[in-house]
Design a protein around this ligand. Structure first.
Ligand code: SAM
Length: 293
């Protein structure tokens, strides 16, 4: 293995440190102490005050800074039409902030005191009709109704949840505080720039891609696509031979790729791709039908 440049080594060390900061270290003893102190499953008291770093089942509680949360919801373009979920919802801030934008949302949180706190904070914010919180395990949560996930979890949690995230409807957005998946690069990433954010300042966005893999019949020939998450690879073979496609991606149901000097954009509906192709100063429509997987 080759040596890493110093800035990469520093970045890796910082990442490991922040992962360690969220990891449920000494979880059993912390939970035992918490159970002893509060009585396990005791109903939340009005006086309950969460502590940053407090134990959680699979990840400790560290809240997303407000400025980063704003950026995450901006990147996900959350509106009143969205149904937002947070797994490991802590004090409920992600869902409450989404509800302030008019969205409905549900937070799933293992710690019942945090659930009660979240429901109280939602009432105080005047969004209890839109923001609800349930006690439960994030790995067992039904996320099928969500079209936005706004989360702050460890990479191990994210990786375990990946298969269920990939079942969300194409076009659904996943925004995460800092951490990502092993082999699914984000569609976009951005950092809080207002100077108020000391740590946890990077937001990542993924847009669940529709499945465009397969063999497609077009007027100009045969388009062959293989797909790795939102990235497409393949070729367009016609009367003049075969061209590798490049810059090929899905963004939800929307496709874009380049073949030779031509740039194709379009949208997937069932087994039909249709849109416009631009090249050599002209624009025309194109259409392709899937003939095989
Ligand atoms: C890093 S905090 C994130 C809180 C919140 N999402 C935010 O962005 O401010 C992770 C939360 O996950 C909760 N948690 C840990 N394991 C869980 C599990 N298996 N199911 C549900 N919640 C869990 C913890 O109690 C904690 O509140």
């Amino acid at each position: 293995m080759t040596g890493r440049p110093r800035h990469v080594a520093v970045a890796v060390a910082v990442s490991l440190a922040v992962v360690a900061a969220l990891a449920p270290a000494n979880l059993a003893s912390a939970q035992a102490a918490a159970a002893q102190a509060t009585g396990a499953q005791a109903p939340a008291q009005q006086s309950f005050e969460p502590t940053v770093g407090q134990a959680g089942k699979d990840v400790v509680w560290v809240p997303t800074p407000p400025s980063l949360l704003d950026l995450m919801l901006d990147m996900a373009q959350v509106t009143k039409d969205d149904f937002v979920m947070d797994l490991g919802s802590g004090d409920g801030r992600n869902i409450i902030a989404a509800a302030r934008r008019g969205a409905r949302g549900v937070g799933v949180e293992y710690n019942p005191d945090m659930v009660a706190l979240s429901n109280r904070l939602a009432r105080e914010a005047g969004v209890a009709d839109k923001a609800t919180f349930v006690q439960g395990d994030m790995y067992e949560a039904d996320i099928s109704k969500a079209n936005v996930m706004a989360i702050f979890l460890l990479p191990t949690n994210m990786q375990k949840l990946l298969p269920s995230f990939k079942t969300l409807a194409p076009g659904s957005r996943i925004v995460s505080n800092t951490f990502g998946f092993e082999n699914w690069d984000p569609d976009a990433r951005d950092t809080v720039k207002d100077g108020e954010c000391g740590s946890w300042c990077e937001a990542l966005l993924w847009i669940v891609p529709a499945d465009a893999a397969g063999t497609w019949s077009m007027d100009e020939g045969t388009l062959t696509l293989t797909q790795m998450h939102q990235v497409l690879y393949g070729s367009l073979t016609g009367a003049n031979g075969s061209e590798q496609i490049s810059r090929a991606r899905m963004r939800g149901y929307d496709i874009t790729f380049t073949a030779g000097e031509r740039t194709y954009t379009g949208r997937l509906t069932g087994d039909v791709l249709a849109g416009t192709v631009t090249g050599q100063g002209a624009t025309r429509t194109w259409r392709a039908t899937r003939t095989g997987q």
